[in-house]
Design a protein around this ligand. Structure first.
Ligand code: MN
Length: 227
Protein backbone atom coordinates (compact mmCIF):
# COMPACT_ATOMS: atom_id res chain seq x y z
CA UNK A 1 0.00 0.00 0.00
CA UNK A 2 1.24 3.49 -0.87
CA UNK A 3 0.47 6.40 1.45
CA UNK A 4 0.86 10.12 0.80
CA UNK A 5 2.61 10.58 4.14
CA UNK A 6 4.59 7.98 6.13
CA UNK A 7 2.15 5.54 7.76
CA UNK A 8 2.57 5.28 11.55
CA UNK A 9 3.93 2.12 13.11
CA UNK A 10 1.18 0.36 15.07
CA UNK A 11 1.33 0.86 18.82
CA UNK A 12 2.36 -2.38 20.50
CA UNK A 13 3.06 -4.02 23.85
CA UNK A 14 5.78 -6.51 24.74
CA UNK A 15 4.72 -10.10 25.44
CA UNK A 16 6.40 -12.10 28.17
CA UNK A 17 8.51 -14.93 26.76
CA UNK A 18 8.20 -13.82 23.13
CA UNK A 19 10.13 -11.56 20.81
CA UNK A 20 6.93 -10.86 18.83
CA UNK A 21 4.84 -7.99 20.22
CA UNK A 22 1.10 -7.50 20.69
CA UNK A 23 -0.19 -4.89 18.20
CA UNK A 24 -2.68 -2.47 19.73
CA UNK A 25 -5.76 -1.62 17.67
CA UNK A 26 -8.01 0.29 20.10
CA UNK A 27 -8.13 0.95 23.83
CA UNK A 28 -11.50 0.61 25.57
CA UNK A 29 -11.79 1.57 29.24
CA UNK A 30 -14.58 0.58 31.62
CA UNK A 31 -15.85 3.42 33.82
CA UNK A 32 -16.90 2.95 37.46
CA UNK A 33 -16.38 -0.79 37.82
CA UNK A 34 -15.69 -1.04 41.57
CA UNK A 35 -18.31 0.06 44.12
CA UNK A 36 -15.77 1.71 46.43
CA UNK A 37 -14.44 3.81 43.52
CA UNK A 38 -18.00 4.89 42.57
CA UNK A 39 -18.47 5.97 46.20
CA UNK A 40 -15.33 8.13 46.10
CA UNK A 41 -16.19 9.63 42.67
CA UNK A 42 -20.00 9.81 42.84
CA UNK A 43 -22.33 7.89 40.55
CA UNK A 44 -25.02 5.23 40.39
CA UNK A 45 -23.79 1.89 41.71
CA UNK A 46 -26.41 -0.01 39.71
CA UNK A 47 -25.67 1.52 36.30
CA UNK A 48 -24.73 -0.89 33.52
CA UNK A 49 -21.10 -0.67 32.40
CA UNK A 50 -20.07 2.26 30.23
CA UNK A 51 -16.96 2.90 28.21
CA UNK A 52 -14.58 5.52 26.98
CA UNK A 53 -11.61 5.19 24.64
CA UNK A 54 -8.01 6.25 24.49
CA UNK A 55 -5.96 6.46 21.30
CA UNK A 56 -3.78 3.39 20.72
CA UNK A 57 -0.65 5.54 20.70
CA UNK A 58 -1.32 6.64 24.29
CA UNK A 59 0.38 3.34 25.23
CA UNK A 60 3.70 3.61 27.03
CA UNK A 61 5.68 0.61 28.31
CA UNK A 62 6.54 -0.17 31.90
CA UNK A 63 9.80 1.41 32.97
CA UNK A 64 8.95 4.67 31.22
CA UNK A 65 9.26 8.22 32.43
CA UNK A 66 6.12 10.11 31.39
CA UNK A 67 5.74 13.87 31.22
CA UNK A 68 3.36 15.67 33.57
CA UNK A 69 0.67 16.57 31.01
CA UNK A 70 -0.37 20.12 30.14
CA UNK A 71 -3.80 21.58 31.01
CA UNK A 72 -4.18 19.87 34.39
CA UNK A 73 -3.43 20.49 38.03
CA UNK A 74 -4.84 17.15 39.19
CA UNK A 75 -3.11 14.30 37.34
CA UNK A 76 -4.45 10.99 38.72
CA UNK A 77 -3.43 7.34 38.61
CA UNK A 78 -5.98 4.53 38.18
CA UNK A 79 -4.49 1.05 38.55
CA UNK A 80 -6.28 -1.50 36.35
CA UNK A 81 -6.24 -5.05 34.96
CA UNK A 82 -5.83 -4.91 31.17
CA UNK A 83 -7.25 -7.66 28.95
CA UNK A 84 -5.73 -8.03 25.47
CA UNK A 85 -8.20 -9.31 22.87
CA UNK A 86 -6.78 -12.01 20.60
CA UNK A 87 -9.86 -12.79 18.51
CA UNK A 88 -12.67 -10.37 17.86
CA UNK A 89 -16.40 -10.71 17.44
CA UNK A 90 -19.79 -9.11 17.84
CA UNK A 91 -22.41 -10.15 20.38
CA UNK A 92 -19.99 -12.51 22.13
CA UNK A 93 -21.72 -14.73 24.69
CA UNK A 94 -20.52 -14.50 28.29
CA UNK A 95 -19.65 -18.21 28.32
CA UNK A 96 -17.38 -17.74 25.28
CA UNK A 97 -15.94 -14.37 26.27
CA UNK A 98 -12.68 -15.50 27.89
CA UNK A 99 -11.80 -17.54 24.77
CA UNK A 100 -11.35 -14.18 23.02
CA UNK A 101 -8.65 -13.00 25.45
CA UNK A 102 -5.05 -13.41 24.32
CA UNK A 103 -3.55 -12.28 27.60
CA UNK A 104 -3.38 -9.86 30.50
CA UNK A 105 -1.28 -6.98 31.75
CA UNK A 106 -1.09 -4.44 34.51
CA UNK A 107 -2.10 -0.97 33.35
CA UNK A 108 -2.61 2.61 34.41
CA UNK A 109 -5.55 4.72 33.22
CA UNK A 110 -3.87 8.10 33.73
CA UNK A 111 -6.45 10.87 34.05
CA UNK A 112 -6.62 14.66 34.03
CA UNK A 113 -9.18 14.52 36.84
CA UNK A 114 -9.96 18.24 36.82
CA UNK A 115 -10.61 18.19 33.07
CA UNK A 116 -12.65 14.98 33.25
CA UNK A 117 -14.89 16.33 36.01
CA UNK A 118 -15.31 19.76 34.38
CA UNK A 119 -16.35 18.14 31.11
CA UNK A 120 -18.57 15.59 32.88
CA UNK A 121 -20.43 18.39 34.65
CA UNK A 122 -21.05 20.16 31.33
CA UNK A 123 -22.16 16.94 29.62
CA UNK A 124 -19.13 17.03 27.35
CA UNK A 125 -17.02 14.06 26.22
CA UNK A 126 -14.30 12.77 28.57
CA UNK A 127 -11.72 12.46 25.79
CA UNK A 128 -9.41 15.29 26.81
CA UNK A 129 -9.54 14.17 30.43
CA UNK A 130 -8.71 10.58 29.56
CA UNK A 131 -7.26 10.18 26.07
CA UNK A 132 -4.15 12.35 25.96
CA UNK A 133 -0.49 11.62 25.22
CA UNK A 134 1.06 8.86 27.36
CA UNK A 135 -2.22 8.31 29.22
CA UNK A 136 -2.22 4.51 28.90
CA UNK A 137 0.88 2.95 30.49
CA UNK A 138 0.71 -0.82 30.01
CA UNK A 139 2.87 -3.54 31.50
CA UNK A 140 4.09 -6.55 29.53
CA UNK A 141 1.34 -8.92 28.38
CA UNK A 142 1.22 -12.43 29.82
CA UNK A 143 -0.48 -14.94 27.51
CA UNK A 144 -3.58 -16.42 29.15
CA UNK A 145 -2.36 -19.81 27.91
CA UNK A 146 0.36 -19.48 30.59
CA UNK A 147 -1.45 -17.66 33.40
CA UNK A 148 -5.10 -18.61 33.07
CA UNK A 149 -7.67 -15.89 33.73
CA UNK A 150 -7.99 -13.38 36.58
CA UNK A 151 -11.40 -13.53 38.26
CA UNK A 152 -9.75 -12.56 41.55
CA UNK A 153 -6.40 -11.58 42.96
CA UNK A 154 -4.72 -8.71 44.72
CA UNK A 155 -4.41 -5.41 42.83
CA UNK A 156 -2.48 -2.56 44.38
CA UNK A 157 -0.62 0.62 43.55
CA UNK A 158 2.13 2.36 45.48
CA UNK A 159 3.43 5.87 44.93
CA UNK A 160 6.99 6.39 46.21
CA UNK A 161 6.53 3.23 48.28
CA UNK A 162 3.27 4.30 49.95
CA UNK A 163 0.23 2.13 49.25
CA UNK A 164 -2.53 4.19 47.60
CA UNK A 165 -4.80 1.55 46.09
CA UNK A 166 -5.26 -1.94 47.52
CA UNK A 167 -8.15 -4.10 46.42
CA UNK A 168 -9.10 -7.38 44.76
CA UNK A 169 -10.14 -8.09 41.19
CA UNK A 170 -13.13 -10.04 42.49
CA UNK A 171 -14.67 -6.72 43.60
CA UNK A 172 -15.32 -5.68 39.99
CA UNK A 173 -19.01 -4.94 39.51
CA UNK A 174 -18.94 -6.25 35.95
CA UNK A 175 -16.49 -9.12 35.53
CA UNK A 176 -14.51 -9.51 32.32
CA UNK A 177 -16.95 -12.00 30.75
CA UNK A 178 -19.83 -9.59 31.31
CA UNK A 179 -17.80 -6.66 30.00
CA UNK A 180 -16.76 -8.45 26.81
CA UNK A 181 -20.33 -9.64 26.20
CA UNK A 182 -21.74 -6.15 26.80
CA UNK A 183 -19.07 -4.22 24.89
CA UNK A 184 -19.19 -6.57 21.89
CA UNK A 185 -22.90 -5.84 21.64
CA UNK A 186 -22.06 -2.14 21.20
CA UNK A 187 -19.03 -2.39 18.91
CA UNK A 188 -17.45 -5.33 17.10
CA UNK A 189 -14.35 -6.25 19.09
CA UNK A 190 -11.21 -6.98 17.10
CA UNK A 191 -7.86 -8.66 17.63
CA UNK A 192 -5.51 -6.08 19.12
CA UNK A 193 -8.10 -4.31 21.24
CA UNK A 194 -7.17 -3.67 24.87
CA UNK A 195 -9.77 -3.41 27.61
CA UNK A 196 -8.83 -1.47 30.75
CA UNK A 197 -11.24 -3.02 33.23
CA UNK A 198 -11.70 -0.17 35.71
CA UNK A 199 -9.99 0.91 38.89
CA UNK A 200 -10.63 0.23 42.56
CA UNK A 201 -10.85 3.02 45.13
CA UNK A 202 -7.91 5.06 46.34
CA UNK A 203 -7.22 7.05 43.17
CA UNK A 204 -5.22 10.19 43.67
CA UNK A 205 -2.74 12.65 42.23
CA UNK A 206 0.90 12.34 41.25
CA UNK A 207 3.37 15.13 40.65
CA UNK A 208 6.73 15.41 38.94
CA UNK A 209 9.26 13.05 40.49
CA UNK A 210 6.70 10.53 41.75
CA UNK A 211 7.26 6.86 41.01
CA UNK A 212 4.22 4.59 40.62
CA UNK A 213 4.50 0.85 41.15
CA UNK A 214 1.44 -1.22 40.25
CA UNK A 215 0.90 -4.89 41.00
CA UNK A 216 -1.61 -7.62 40.18
CA UNK A 217 -1.00 -11.13 41.53
CA UNK A 218 0.26 -13.35 38.70
CA UNK A 219 1.36 -10.54 36.36
CA UNK A 220 4.55 -8.53 36.12
CA UNK A 221 4.48 -5.15 37.85
CA UNK A 222 4.17 -1.81 36.11
CA UNK A 223 6.55 0.97 37.07
CA UNK A 224 6.14 4.52 35.78
CA UNK A 225 7.86 7.73 36.82
CA UNK A 226 6.41 11.23 36.27
CA UNK A 227 8.54 14.19 35.27
MN1 MN B 1 -10.19 3.90 34.75
Amino acid sequence: MDYVIPAPEPASVAVIGQTARFPVRRIFCVGRNYVAHIREMGGDERDPPFYFCKPADAIVPTGSIIDYPPQTENFHFEMELVAAIGTGGANIAEEDALDHVYGYATGLDMTRRDVQIAHREKGRPWDMGKGFDQSAPCGDIHPASDTGHFPKGSIWLKVNGDTKQNSDLELMIWNLQETIANLSGIVTLAAGDLIYTGTPDGVGPVVSGDKMLGHIDGLSDIEITVR
